[in-house]
Design a protein around this ligand. Structure first.
Ligand code: GLC
Length: 562
């Protein structure tokens, strides 16, 4: 099935819904979600108004890292279905105008992957052994940090069969592939082509900063790693136009910038550092963390786009904050040690916001209006809770809550057979927090999320526009402009829990009208004095600013990615 009509800039206007097939809907009563179940729920996803779906890994795997430990790049884990099911899903998604992003996890494989099994048995120094990174001296690459600090004490693990140590940046059961071996790149390209030929529209490149190792460095973001990415991109451009790469590079903005290259590496990259700072700004009732990180964010090539998110399947990572900021975040959002994992917080959005509806809405308003394409994590649109008694990051990966029926309508399997228990305790239990209840309630979070997604889609400035922060005296208010083509959007967010007023310097727009976007209501025309707004706690307002005589009077700002 051919993908959707080629549009090389689709990622600029994308709104992405992230989900795990395992967690969404079980069609065959085995307690695991599957592609057929997902197909049943595709209309729900389309109704959200999102434009793309990102599927977490669904490949054959021992599932020791929820599928990021891949044992076969070109297959489907039998619990989730078959290749035919994937193709049927891709077709159905495309028929609804939804694009599909899947995972290309190339930094490492599972130790069960045949490549690794072969490598262990092959002679030292052979091409087969060299599919992975081996040493006799575990002091090699000593300058490299450990990522999974809770479980790993070294990036080397001893393999008794090979009688050597192998390199792993993540769990010890995830040996890193060796990109100094040209055969590895060829094998990875084959896997990439396999999914793109089936019609996948985009690939999230997992853990991309760590592909290549060099002595005396941090083994992160090396020029050799960028060279590998450029090779992947060249093949993508030559063979699969209008498909995209989305980089997972959990790094500071200046280190992420090179992953866009000169428009010849990744089309998109997650903006990791802004994520914890949205939470920090709300907890501190101060815009400074967001404004500062945006100021440190370098411009990116016009054909590229950030991806921003509030929560995902991993911990709320605190790697890209200072030590003081980390302490503050733990204290504000993870008082119970069970809420912490590695260098981060394993909680969902609603519990992080103490289930405060205004807070959850404000966070979504930031997500939908800051630069980049928003990524929504399944379940957050209904305010799902988490289970901090499950290990690792599994507390945020529980079954989707569809209804108050048994197993939350996720599965008709025996309850004990579910891959994880559904959330059952108040206030997040499936008996009350579920899709069915929220579909029949006009004021529900789900209905509200649908509305904000639709509103955002009306204005391309959100996906493509400039970001111009204003500097009002009241630091509890974050206000910024987004301009693109004939659109000028003003976003004003009251980060404080109590009412605030703010005076905005909008003298550039004297004589312009301001229309509030949710209500369509005309606010006072902008005059020569500061523009005064009063806002209730955690409130936000979006305005379209228009010159007298209408938007045509505005000089168009060059469209990006056209
Ligand atoms: C990425 C994934 C994470 C996984 C890790 C190792 O960071 O997001 O879930 O554990 O890679 O594969």
């Amino acid at each position: 099935m051919p993908p959707l009509p080629p549009d090389p800039s689709w990622h600029h206007d994308a709104i992405i819904y992230q989900l795990h097939v395992k967690a969404f809907r079980d069609s065959n009563r085995d307690g695991y979600g599957d592609f057929r179940g997902l197909l049943e729920k595709l209309d729900y996803i389309a109704d959200l108004g999102v434009t793309a779906v990102w599927l977490l890994p669904f490949y054959p795997s021992p599932l020791k890292d929820d599928g990021y430990d891949i044992a076969d790049y070109c297959g489907v884990h039998p619990s989730y279905g078959s290749l035919e099911d994937v193709v049927a899903f891709l077709d159905a998604a495309h028929a609804r105008g939804l694009r599909v992003i899947t995972e290309l996890v190339i930094n490492h494989t599972s130790d069960q992957h045949p490549w690794f099994q072969r490598a262990r048995l092959a002679p030292k120094g052979s091409a087969e052994r060299d599919f992975y990174v081996w040493t006799d001296d575990p002091n090699k690459y000593a300058g490299t940090r450990i990522i999974f600090t809770d479980t790993e004490s070294s990036n080397w693990a001893w393999d008794p069969t090979a009688q050597q140590f192998y390199w792993h940046r993540f769990f010890a059961h995830q040996p890193d592939l060796n990109f100094d071996n040209p055969a590895v790149l060829e094998a990875v390209l084959d896997a990439m082509r396999f999914w793109l030929r089936l019609g996948v529209d985009g690939l999230r490149l997992d853990a991309i900063p760590y592909l290549v190792e060099r002595e005396g460095t941090s083994c992160e973001n090396l020029p050799e790693t960028h060279a590998v990415l450029k090779k992947l991109r060249a093949v993508l451009d030559a063979e699969f136009p209008a498909r995209i790469f989305l980089a997972e590079a959990n790094q500071w903005p200046s280190d992420v910038r090179p992953y866009f290259g000169d428009g010849d590496e990744c089309h998109m990259a997650f903006h990791f550092p802004v994520m914890p700072r949205m939470y920090m700004a709300v907890a501190r009732e101060d815009r400074t963390p967001i404004v500062e990180i945006m100021a440190q964010t370098p411009p990116i090539p016009s054909q590229c786009q950030w991806a921003i998110f509030l929560r995902n399947h991993d911990e709320l990572t605190l790697e890209m904050v200072t030590d003081d900021e980390r302490d503050y975040m733990y204290n504000a959002y993870a008082k119970d040690p069970r809420m912490r994992v590695n260098v981060g917080i394993r909680r969902r959005l609603a519990p992080l916001m103490d289930n405060g509806r205004d807070e959850i809405e404000l966070m979504h308003a930031l997500l939908m209006s800051l630069p980049g394409s928003p990524v929504l994590y399944y379940g957050d649109e209904i305010g799902m809770g988490d289970n901090i008694y499950l290990g690792d990051r599994n507390g945020v990966r529980t079954p989707m809550q569809w209804s108050a029926d048994r197993n939350a309508g996720f599965s008709t399997a025996p309850t004990a057979a579910l891959y994880f228990p559904v959330i059952a305790d108040p206030p997040y239990g499936y008996q009350t927090v579920n899709v069915e209840a929220q579909e029949s309630t006009v004021t529900s979070l789900l209905q509200w999320v649908r509305a904000i997604v639709r509103l955002r889609r009306k204005y391309r400035a959100f996906g493509r526009g400039t970001f111009e922060p204003l500097d009002p005296a009241n630091r509890r208010v974050l206000a910024f402009l987004r301009r693109w083509d004939h659109e000028v959007i003003l976003c004003v967010n009251n980060l404080a829990r109590h009412a605030q007023y703010v005076e905005l310097d909008l003298c550039e727009f004297e004589g312009w009208s301001a229309m509030e976007l949710w209500s369509g209501q005309a606010f006072p025309t902008i005059g020569s004095n500061p523009y005064l707004l009063t806002m209730s706690g955690r409130d936000f307002l979006w305005f379209r600013l228009m010159p007298p005589g209408g938007p045509e009077r505005l000089g168009a700002i060059a469209p990006v990615g056209a």
